[in-house]
Design a protein around this ligand. Structure first.
Ligand SMILES: Cc1cc2nc3c(=O)[nH]c(=O)nc-3n(C[C@H](O)[C@H](O)[C@H](O)COP(=O)(O)O)c2cc1C
Length: 338
């Protein structure tokens, strides 16, 4: 690391940002290098990578390293790690620290089978001592700001008593108990998805729960969940008093939602993009994808192109053609036609 980078990296960038801080929340298969760039260009203050396997980095997996390719202009970029083994987190933390990310996040919220099914993500919360160990390990192995991404709660697993053939009652483990436990650690930011593990991705957001975190945590609090319009963004800030907002599915096909939220918070108004403006951004996005991923970028961009056409005239016909694009020319041709 050069002296210059060291100076930048040592700084807790979260503290230098204007509030409310608008964050692109991590999404596997969505928040890759190209999308992070597009969101930064359209008003996101901070972007998170998709979750990266600590085990993959520990074992030098090429596929995992490929996911870390970033462009410098995207900064601040927070890299999110998932796993369950503190030792692997230690090595992964050292690796990503050298790669000059702006911060490191730990995933305690993912319910996806491939993560939670192996004891990582949200299910880590069933063992708060292990959570503590992982967070401490990451803090001890980096000079970058460390953040965690959590949900409100998770139910414990019921334990079967073989003799009595009874199942014990499930306990609710609240993330507040983790927050109380880590008060002595150097955690700078918490992004909280205001739903329990059992709720998955639907249902009410517990705004009060998010608001309560302030009592136990001095750092930056980012509220997350269901923020898909500037109006909901404003309501979420009012109800949670959070320092910022994490937006995930709300960016599908509209990375400019960050700008719209800023406009709405400042002026009570915001503009919709014209179809011509949307096509320009979509094309820019496709070019960035191609630049970072080559031909495979076209496979990945297709789902985004479908999102971009939402609510447009001829969306059905356009989508039929966009699902098989293989080159930038293909996309340009379709966009010229519609
Ligand atoms: C396709 C998809 C992938 C996701 N991947 C991750 C991930 O890699 N890490 C993570 O912490 N959360 C992940 N999430 C959860 C989101 O970051 C966010 O917490 C959740 O979607 C709620 O926010 P939203 O209502 O704004 O979508 C993912 C969500 C979706 C829909």
């Amino acid at each position: 690391m050069t002296k210059e980078t060291n100076k930048i990296d040592n700084k807790n960038f979260w503290l230098s940002l204007r509030k409310p801080i608008l964050v692109l929340a991590p999404m596997a298969g969505i928040t890759d290098s190209a999308y992070c760039t597009i969101c930064r260009k359209n008003g996101a203050d901070v972007v998170y990578t998709e979750m990266i396997s600590a085990d993959g980095l520990h074992y030098n997996s090429k596929k995992t390293f490929d996911m870390l390719k970033i462009l410098p202009r995207e900064k601040p970029v927070v890299v999110q790690l998932f796993g369950k083994d503190p030792e692997k987190f230690a090595r992964a933390t050292q690796i990503v620290t050298k790669l000059r990310f702006s911060g490191i996040d730990i995933n305690f919220g993912c319910p996806a089978k491939k993560v939670a099914g192996h004891g990582g993500g949200a299910t880590l919360m069933r063992d708060l001592n292990l959570c503590y160990k992982i967070i401490k390990t990451v803090c001890d192995n980096t000079n970058l700001p460390v953040s965690i991404k959590i949900r409100t709660s998770i139910k414990s697993e019921s334990v079967k008593n073989k003799k009595l053939e009874l199942k014990s009652q499930k306990q609710i483990i609240k993330s507040i108990d983790l927050i109380k436990k880590i008060q002595n650690l150097r955690v700078s930011t918490i992004m909280i998805h205001g739903r329990s593990y059992e709720q998955g991705f639907t249902g009410e957001i517990d705004y009060n729960y998010i608001k309560n975190i302030k009592k136990y945590f001095n750092g930056v609090i980012i509220a997350n969940g269901n923020i898909n319009t500037p109006e909901v963004a404003k309501k979420t800030l009012e109800l949670t008093l959070a320092d910022g907002l994490g937006i995930a599915r709300g960016v599908y096909g509209k990375p400019w939602i960050f700008e719209q939220i800023k406009d709405y918070l400042n002026t009570d108004k915001y503009k919709e993009k014209s179809w011509a403006q949307i096509k320009k951004i979509a094309l820019q996005h496709a070019k960035l994808n191609y630049k970072s991923k080559g031909d495979y970028g076209f496979v990945e961009i297709r789902k985004h192109l479908l999102f971009y056409t939402k609510n447009q005239e001829n969306a059905k016909e356009m989508r039929r053609e966009l699902v098989s694009v293989k080159t930038i020319k293909d996309i340009e041709k379709i966009f010229q036609k519609y």
